[in-house]
Design a protein around this ligand. Structure first.
Ligand SMILES: *Cc1c(COP(=O)(O)O)cnc(C)c1O
Length: 332
């Protein structure tokens, strides 16, 4: 595999820890629950995009770029981490954010501003057009922009999660732990594509189950073909002969709630449980929805005390501050 020879910049300390969540495990009387702490990647308040950005920025440097341009929602963790990574790697950063700027910026948006990113606001429907407009304007101004897609989810970013699966595999060996399942939040697909490919490469026998935040299996834009496309382009990039089919992609779309970035009871209860039992913070948009789904699957008996499950914490804790109004009601 060519994985070790791909361009990469160092953004954070790896491996991230794996913790056994003893109190939560006891409280739920179900599977032994472990957590992979990608919320603790040591850059700009952490999260899964760090692993992708190591390879994306490696590629940007190789191409001689000087400015990173990317896009997402106004509370995007990906955009916040791109802003932080840009600083560390010596790039300027432009963010195209869909949403209305609040009177007082908070959460990830506040961090984008503190990190010195140039923010361009737009409507959701104009997002992709604006992304390339901003990039063209930078080129015309003599800059050399590098455009990173939503969530950093392409065959370059996804390499970070193939690597993460190799990392986890060696940690599990050292700990003598065998998992029945890995569970995580999935949205733009790069994380799931990388983990699924990594699982096949390492011979991992358990389920690699993405809890969908906003994607569906069917409809006008079904998610499984997105996953296989990214995973197989990634396999090609790292020089692996392994290929992923849709049946390799394990996806649960039962917890979409009221939509993207609209947390409800499921998410708030998950935040509560992880705070009260473990002192661990989840973000309302991604990790609380995925954890809420996982805890519901335990309650439904899908995972029992005969199982061992690892929840991959993908970060997003700065989102908490953007939901202060609702959280203050939930926790009073
Ligand atoms: C982006 C993100 C995800 C989803 O990862 P994808 O690779 O986009 O599927 C999960 N959790 C958090 C906190 C994120 O920011």
């Amino acid at each position: 595999m060519k994985l070790d020879s791909l361009p990469r910049v160092h953004l954070a300390e790896f491996p991230t820890p794996v913790h056994y969540l003893e109190t939560l495990t006891k409280a739920y009387k179900g599977p032994a629950i472990y957590m992979k702490r990608d919320d603790l990647t040591s850059l700009g308040m952490g999260g899964n995009k760090t692993r992708k950005l190591e390879f994306l920025i490696g590629e940007a440097l190789k191409q001689g770029a000087d400015t990173l341009v990317t896009t997402g929602g106004i509370q995007s963790n990906h955009c916040r981490l791109t802003a932080a990574a840009a600083r560390k790697a010596g790039f300027d950063c432009h963010l195209v954010l869909n949403g209305t700027p609040p009177k007082i910026p908070n959460g990830n948006l506040l961090l984008d501003i503190i990190l010195g990113a140039k923010v361009h606001y737009c409507d959701r429907k104009d997002r992709d057009k604006r992304l390339f407009q901003v990039s063209d304007q930078l080129s015309e101004a003599g800059k050399n922009p590098y455009v990173i897609p939503v969530g950093g989810s392409n065959s370059i970013g996804s390499v970070g999660y193939v690597n993460a699966m190799l990392e986890l595999n060696s940690q599990l060996d050292d700990m003598g732990v065998t998992l029945d399942a890995i569970i995580f939040a999935t949205s733009s697909g790069g994380t799931q594509a990388g983990l699924t490919l990594g699982a096949k490469i390492t011979g991992f026998k358990g389920d690699v189950l993405g809890i969908s935040i906003d994607q569906t299996k069917i409809g006008s834009n079904p998610f499984p073909p997105v996953l296989t496309q990214i995973a197989n382009a990634t396999a090609e990039r790292i020089g692996s002969d392994i290929r992923i089919t849709e049946s390799d992609c394990s996806l649960n779309c039962d917890y979409l709630g009221a939509g993207y970035a609209v947390p409800g009871e499921l998410e708030f209860n998950a935040i509560k449980d992880l705070c009260l039992y473990e002192g661990i913070l989840l973000g309302p948009v991604y990790t609380a929805r995925a954890m809420g789904g996982f805890l519901d699957l335990i309650k439904k008996g899908c995972f029992t005390k005969h199982h061992t499950v690892l929840f991959w914490h993908t970060g997003g804790t700065p989102e908490l501050f953007a939901w202060a109004d609702q959280l203050r009601e939930v926790f009073k």
